[in-house]
Write a protein that binds this ligand. Structure first.
Ligand SMILES: O=C(O)CCC(=O)C(=O)O
Ligand SMILES: [Fe+2]
Length: 306
């Protein structure tokens, strides 16, 4: 689901100087959200564009969208002015926040050649997962803003409808996935995402769009699971790959993923990343969104939930 920005909106946004944002703890303040909304809704076709965006995220079978902001990135660069506009778009979906104390709001996902290649910032295949899988309240949305793609052409984004994948599994397999028998990773010092959840069930019986399919395929290689549980997790991972879509994010593309619906990951970067100067390497910026406490998400809830 790719959403282009109408040219009259682009032109207006290029001339719109949004003020610096303020944080209240790890969340964007309500007053910043209101100020951004007031400024942005005065631009032509902004509301219709964000309505399209919200619909892509909550319609049946939906759950991700890419806002194409490349012309804005070209005109403004990818510094503060551009980031304020993108934060304003994010805030129209749900409340922006940072679970990581060391990152102000946006977190850099660069390329670290020495890191576990299968993890964030690694150079390898980043298998299907949800972000903050081992938190009791993971972010409702994870969002990725592309500053620079891999200059060697790798790093396709991959997405898969988690509930559709689960629906293709046998009942026995689903019963195993509903047991509190899975764990992954460490947990410390995180804001706004509840407590550590360990062990957790992958399935909690809720409907698409409501509960999470609490899964990361990274647990297959990195967590000690019983044979039966590992086997059912492997089957889910296979179904996710069977149903995947993949695409290359271009500079200025803003990917928003509803974590209650879709899981995400990344194909390996290409070639010899060590030989790419650090300033030319792939760079994404990550921002998380919490639904339920904003006018934006209230509008979503009003239209599509009971
Ligand atoms: O590198 C990417 O495209 C995705 C990274 C990711 O999913 C993460 O850091 O959580
Ligand atoms: Fe991720």
């Amino acid at each position: 689901m790719f959403i282009d920005i109408p040219s009259e909106l682009e032109a207006a946004l290029i001339d719109l100087p949004l003020p610096t944002w303020e944080l209240d703890g790890s969340f964007l303040t309500k007053s910043t959200m209101e100020r951004y909304r007031t400024e942005l809704t005065a631009t032509p076709r902004f509301e219709e564009t964000t309505a399209t965006l919200r619909h892509a995220l909550i319609r049946e079978g939906g759950g991700y969208a890419v806002l194409r902001l490349g012309n804005l990135a070209k005109a403004l660069g990818t510094g503060d002015r551009f980031r304020r506009l993108v934060t304003g778009f994010g805030a129209e979906v749900a409340a922006p926040f940072s679970p990581f104390p060391q990152w102000p709001l946006w977190k850099d996902i660069g390329v670290k050649v020495a890191k576990d290649p299968g993890k964030s910032s690694g150079i390898g295949y980043n298998a299907f997962h949800m972000d903050l899988v081992n938190a009791s309240l993971p972010p409702d949305y994870t969002t990725l803003l592309c500053v620079r793609p891999d200059p060697l052409g790798g790093g396709l984004s991959i997405l898969s409808d988690a509930h559709a994948a689960v629906a293709r599994l046998s009942e026995d397999c689903r019963a195993l996935l509903a047991e509190s028998a899975y764990h992954y990773g460490t947990f410390s010092d995180l804001f706004g995402v509840g407590e550590e959840y360990k062990p957790f069930p992958i399935l909690d019986g809720s409907d698409p769009g409501e509960g999470f399919v609490r899964f990361t395929a990274k647990m297959l290689a990195r967590s000690d699971l019983s044979q039966a549980h590992a086997e059912s997790a492997r089957k889910l991972a296979e179904e996710l790959v069977r149903g995947q879509v993949s695409f290359m994010l271009k500079p200025g593309d803003y990917l928003i993923v509803a974590q209650r619906r879709f899981l995400h990951g990344r194909e390996a970067l290409h070639g010899d990343q060590e030989n790419i100067p650090a300033d030319d390497r792939r760079l994404l910026l990550q921002l998380f969104l919490r639904a339920g406490s904003t006018a934006g998400s209230a509008r979503v809830a009003g239209r599509c939930h009971r």
